[in-house]
Structures are given as structure tokens and as C-alpha cells.
Design a protein around this ligand. Sequence first.
Ligand code: ATP
Ligand SMILES: Cc1cn([C@H]2C[C@H](O)[C@@H](COP(=O)(O)O)O2)c(=O)[nH]c1=O
Length: 196
Amino acid sequence: MGKIIVLEGLDKSGKTTQARLLFDYLNDKYPGQIDLFSFPDYSTKIGEEIRSFLDGKVQYNPQTKHMLLSANRWEKKENILESLKSGKTIILNRYYQSNLVYGLANGLDFEWLSTLDRGMPKEDITIILDVSPRVSYLRSIANNFILDEFEKSREFLEKVRFNYLELAKVCNWNVLHSENSSDIIFKSILDIIGEQ
Ligand SMILES: Nc1ncnc2c1ncn2[C@@H]1O[C@H](COP(=O)(O)OP(=O)(O)OP(=O)(O)O)[C@@H](O)[C@H]1O
Ligand SMILES: Cc1cn([C@H]2C[C@H](O)[C@@H](COP(=O)(O)O)O2)c(=O)[nH]c1=O
């Protein structure tokens, strides 16, 4: 394989669930040939800072927030390149696409946001797991999740969803209706990546 597959979508759209299912499926089929990265990566210093502002513990302006979110990818660039060099397929649970759609919803400029990730490895396939903000919210409360700064406002999530759907039209992103069961969504993902 040797591809970069990006799973994107609103908070609680099922990215982590599907990334895990996909990792297990592909790793069974191609043992040791698959890597999974999730962004934000909260394990680094920059990741800890991101966690702090998402939890409302520190305040930054939108530019600083989105630069930190991008820097958190840059610090993983060598790891991603290493995987690619060894011919592995990489699954990314969020990537620069999140910064575009959330950044736009935070009032930032598209070109400015795009520049932040210019030079990072390019993806082969992007799949947007599309759910409504209502479903995102219902899944959060059903699981007693604490809503972070970007999840608190339904109006904000409406903007983010709009941005995903609009950019999908011009950026060749696949949009998958993702309010079905996990099994159905997973089968559609396998179809999109040609692994059925
Ligand atoms: N298809 C589905 N139907 C119903 N519930 C789901 C589905 N997929 C995932 N969930 C549930 O929704 C919650 C969020 O799922 P998950 O962590 O996979 O989403 P996410 O997009 O990675 O979220 P976040 O962006 O907040 O990290 C979990 O409790 C999960 O079990
Ligand atoms: C990678 C990335 C993320 N975001 C936003 C999207 C979410 O609201 C949070 C991360 O929360 P999660 O529950 O860990 O998915 O951050 C962003 O705006 N820009 C990015 O690059």
C-alpha cells in the first residue's frame, strides 16, 4: 500500500473508532506495515499546551492556537517520513485539514492557515466522517465527555461542518455520512480506500 489516509470530521464523529478499526484490519492484512498517528498529539510539550487551551486553562489568540496545532504536526514530520520511507501505510486521525476548517471558523484566513502546514507530507486520501453538531453533542453527553473550548458552541460546530463540506468539493475529500452504525461506516471506508 504505502499511502497516507486521513480521517477527519467534527468532534465525536467517530474518527478514533474508525482509525482503530482500520488499523487493526490493515495490520492483519499487511502485518507491521501500518502506522497510526493522532493529532493533536497531546504527549508532547506543545501538545500539553494545546490541551491547556482546549480546556480553557490558558488563553491565546486564534493565531497562536492554530500555530501551536500546526507545530504539533511539524514535530512529528520525521516520524511520518520514516514510516513512509519504510513503505508503510499511515492512518492519520486528524491532520492539517482540521486546522483549515476550525481555523476558518475561528475567523482566520485560508491562505495563512494553509501556509502553516506547507511542506508536511501530502495525503493520498481524505475521508470526512460527516455528522451533525447535534449528533456530536448527543454522543458527548451520552458518554459524559467534558466539552472542550472548540466543542462548546453549536454555532461554531455548524461553521466547522459547513467548512468541511465546502472544502471537500474543491479539495477532493471524500464525505461519508457517519450517523450510521460503526460497521456500515467502516465498510464504506474500505470501499473508498479500495480494500474491500
Ligand atoms: N457510528 C457510531 N454510532 C454511535 N456512536 C459512535 C459511533 N462511532 C463512535 N461512536 C461513539 O462516539 C464517541 C466518540 O467516538 P470517537 O472517539 O471515535 O470520535 P472522535 O471523532 O475521535 O472524537 P474526538 O474528535 O472528540 O476525539 C465514542 O463514545 C464512540 O463510542
Ligand atoms: C489537529 C487539529 C485539531 N483542531 C481542533 C479540533 C478539535 O476541536 C480539537 C482537538 O480535539 P480532539 O478531541 O482531540 O479531536 O482541536 C484544530 O483546530 N486544528 C488542528 O490542526
